[in-house]
Design a protein around this ligand. Structure first.
Ligand code: 2P0
Length: 360
């Protein structure tokens, strides 16, 4: 499919009003998206586990305007209060998707959104937030054109979410999702994410993700700045090639349930992401001392116990602790005994692999 396939033909009628609510999860990348071209085209393919507990719920109430407006008309409420400072992001999103949803200026939207995870926990809400909004707008499009089928609905929701925030493309479906052209993956696309089309061993069923909140402050490097650091980066081409290789390797790892190689790839990806930021100009260190303390404790515990606990990181100091469900009891005990002390105010979030967004 190409971008043009997502431009609808004329709608025969515009409905007067309605409302729709979607709950969409966050996701955690195993092979990381870091670097992009114009129009949110990723520099390399990425793959993620869709999460379950960490999610955004967004209700969109829409009312047809008398005449098509000059500009987008919407109010944004975050956790019950009018939120002016979130509006520019939505305004930019609407502008980027207008060609694909030409009804946008015919409606006034009331967008009411809330997160399941604590406010300012340092957990990125752009993936869950923009995917929930993209899905709500797709529900309206389906009202206007009931012929839209399930496959198109999902692909276009991911396509629109991508234009809001790259990683949001991976939050529509579960449980393992890939985004970005990759030679070894049939139907992979730079335009939208797809459910991982190959075998995933039961070792990965209900895989656990305990998110340790090491630093709940504002993100030091915005994702836009971060992705741009890859332009002219001395190691960018090797890094993009490595992401392709890691995805190729994961095919067998997922099929065989090879946890040892899984851990190797996932931890290497996390450290490479941070290495890219340490070796760019300007350079950033996004780990905190406690991030490193946790990583060392995890390595030490894994050696001691032969369990399969590992970590991954986003572009920040928080640590995602990943492990199989079968080791949950032992590893939760370890987290409580040895890792929680390194979290800000002892805070952490227990999550696991989930199955994608749901209409509420
Ligand atoms: C990822 N991250 O694959 C990577 C790894 C963070 C670290 O995608 O600019 O908010 O909106 O396309 O999706 C965070 O960047 O970036 C991200 P934009 P996004 O999950």
């Amino acid at each position: 499919m190409t971008e043009k396939d997502f431009i609808p033909s004329e709608y025969t009628k515009l409905i007067a009003k309605g409302e729709v609510t979607w709950k969409s999860p966050s996701n955690i990348a195993l092979v990381k998206y870091w670097g992009k071209e114009a129009n949110q085209i990723p520099a390399n393919p990425s793959i993620s586990f869709t999460l379950d507990t960490c999610a955004t719920t967004t209700k969109v109430t829409y009312k047809k305007l008398e005449n098509k407006a000059q500009d987008f008309s919407f109010d944004l409420f975050f956790e019950g209060s009018l939120k002016e400072d979130f509006k520019p992001k939505i305004q930019t999103f609407f502008k980027r998707i207008e060609d694909y949803l030409p009804f946008l200026k015919n409606y006034h939207f009331k967008i009411e959104t809330s997160n399941s995870f604590p406010h300012s926990s340092g957990i990125a809400s752009s993936a869950s937030g923009l995917s929930a909004l993209a899905l709500a707008l797709m529900s309206l499009e389906k009202e206007l054109n009931p012929d839209i089928n399930e496959d198109y609905f999902i692909k276009k929701a991911s396509f629109l979410a991508r234009l809001g925030s790259g990683s949001a493309a991976r939050s529509i479906e579960g449980d393992v999702v890939q985004w970005g052209n990759h030679e070894g993956t049939t139907n992979s696309s730079n335009l939208y994410a797809v459910k991982y089309p190959y075998k995933v061993h039961t070792n990965f069923k209900k895989y656990q993700d305990t998110i340790l909140l090491v630093d709940k402050g504002q993100k030091e490097v915005s994702s836009t700045v971060g992705h741009n650091l890859m332009h002219g980066h001395p190691f960018s081409q090797q890094r993009f090639a490595q992401a392709h290789d890691n995805l190729t390797k994961l095919k067998e790892v997922f099929a065989e349930g090879d946890l040892k190689t899984f851990i190797e790839i996932v931890e290497s990806e996390a450290l490479t992401l941070h290495a890219m930021m340490m070796t760019s100009l300007p350079y950033f260190v996004l780990m905190k001392p406690n991030t490193l303390e946790i990583i060392n404790k995890i390595w030490d515990f894994r050696k001691r116990t032969n369990t399969h606990v590992c970590f991954t990181l986003d572009a920040g100091a928080n640590v995602h602790v990943l492990y199989p469900e079968s080791e949950k009891e032992e590893i939760m005990q370890f987290i409580k005994d040895e890792l929680v002390a390194f979290c800000q105010n002892g805070q952490y979030i227990c999550d696991q692999i989930g199955f994608g967004a749901k209409k509420v």
